[in-house]
Every structure is written in structure tokens, then in C-alpha cells.
Design a protein around this ligand. Sequence first.
Ligand code: RUB
Length: 275
Amino acid sequence: MANSAKKEKLFDKILRDIEEVKIQGARNIAKAALKAYLIFPSKDSRERLVSARPTEPMLQNILDKAPKFSNKKLFAHFDIAQGRINNSVFKIIKNGDKIFTHCHSTNVVNSLIFSKKKGKRFQIYNTETRPLFQGRKTSKELSKAGIRVTQFVDSAFATAIEKDSKNDKIFANKVFIGADALLKEGIINKIGSKIIAELAFYHKIPFYVVADSWKYTNKKIPIEQRKINEVWNKAPKNIKIKNPAFEFVPKKYITKIISEYGTLSYSDFVKKIKK
Ligand code: RUB
């Protein structure tokens, strides 16, 4: 196969894997999109990659940075930011914590595995994340790292989070959630995140967003609507199906955001990023 045909094949494969959520999570998507863009750096490639997952400012930001910075510097950012996030998450986790998480966030998962390796003892409550079950990926990775994981269906959000005062049992005492987009007034993350935030707020459980600052944007970000057959394949024709992939979580629910800038209130984080 000629070299250019090989390159085209690789570009198309990355694009398809992003669209089909084989490559998932803002950080992995941005990394893969940069790899694809560098094969064919053009306006057209950029548009195709951005529209593959439209709720991903990190993807957009990194492609905007691509002409201005070396590839080495851009790729290095992911690990530098993650390393700083890991150290901050480690400080926040206390032995005996029961941490609730949702979907699959590399920023969250890596920091939990780092904390476990450095000796913290805690357990995870996790929801499966219909329709694509990214929660199972989280459960498998954490369990492989020796972390105790309890998996719930999404409808068990309240049960997995709430305090059972009658039996003097506290379920989750902290929530760690990733982010796709960091905006001035709050974040966008996987569908389900808002109800988790509301429950945490109601039960006075700290709600932490764990996210690389390159997910920040001033732009208006659309919520990706995915194919309806992910929800119900061959559903009766007269039933309308909606499949929003993400939702907005207002900053009033966010106890702190943990990024490479440390652990900050959401407003302080926004101030910092705007400087
Ligand atoms: C993944 C998701 C993750 C964020 C952050 O959604 O909502 O919480 O992307 O992930 P999807 P990361 O599976 O639809 O891509 O920390 O890996 O950037």
C-alpha cells in the first residue's frame, strides 16, 4: 500500500474510533485527535475531528495549539497535568473513604490508581453509565489495580450516594467526576452528572471535579446527541428516543476543582485560567 493510502487509513481509523467511542474520554480523544491531525494537518481534518465529538473543547484547544507548539510539548502536557492532578487527589483522599464516580474519566481513574499505589485505602462506588457502559471500564481498571469496587446500575444513583441515617451507614462520602468541558459557569460531563451533583449537594457530600485545565473554553459548546440505536436498537417507529451524551453541571454544586493548578474553588480556577 502506498504511503499516502496508509496514512489515510490510519486517519480514518482514528476518526471512526473517536466517533464510535472506542476511544473515549476528553483526554484520550484529544490525544488521538492530535495524532490524527498531525497525519493531515488541514482545516478539513480539524473540522472532521471536531465534529466527531462536538462537546470536547480539549480536542479543539489542542488542535488550535498544534501549529504554535512542538508535538513533543503538546503530548507531554497530558502527563505533566496528570502528575499534578494525582498529587492533589492523593492529598484529598483519606483512608476509609467511599468515593463515588461515574462513567470513565482517565483523569479520575489515573489519580485513584496513583493514590492506591501510594498506600491510600479507599473503595469506589461506580455507576454503569448507559447506554455505552463506560462505567464497566472504570470498574475493571480500578479493580485490576486492587481497589475495591461496587458497581451499581444508573437508576441506583441515590442509593449509591445517600446517607442511610437509619442504619447509621454512609454510602459515598466523596464524589470524583471528570469533565469534558470547563466553562465559566460550570462544567459539562457525562449524562447523569447533574443528578449526582444535586444528590451530593443535598446530602452535603463534597463533589470534586478532576480535570485538566485544557478542557476550558469561552466558546458555546453544544451537547452531543448520539445515535438513538445506542439506546434502543430497532425500537418501534412511533417512539421518540433522545440520547444526549452529556449535561451541564452548574458551579454551585462543585466543592472544588482539581486540575494541574491544584485544588481550587471553581471561581478561583476560572480567575486563574483567565489570567
Ligand atoms: C466520557 C466522560 C468523562 C470525561 C473526562 O464520556 O464524560 O468523564 O470525558 O474524561 P465519553 P477524561 O465516554 O462519552 O467520551 O478524564 O478521560 O478526560
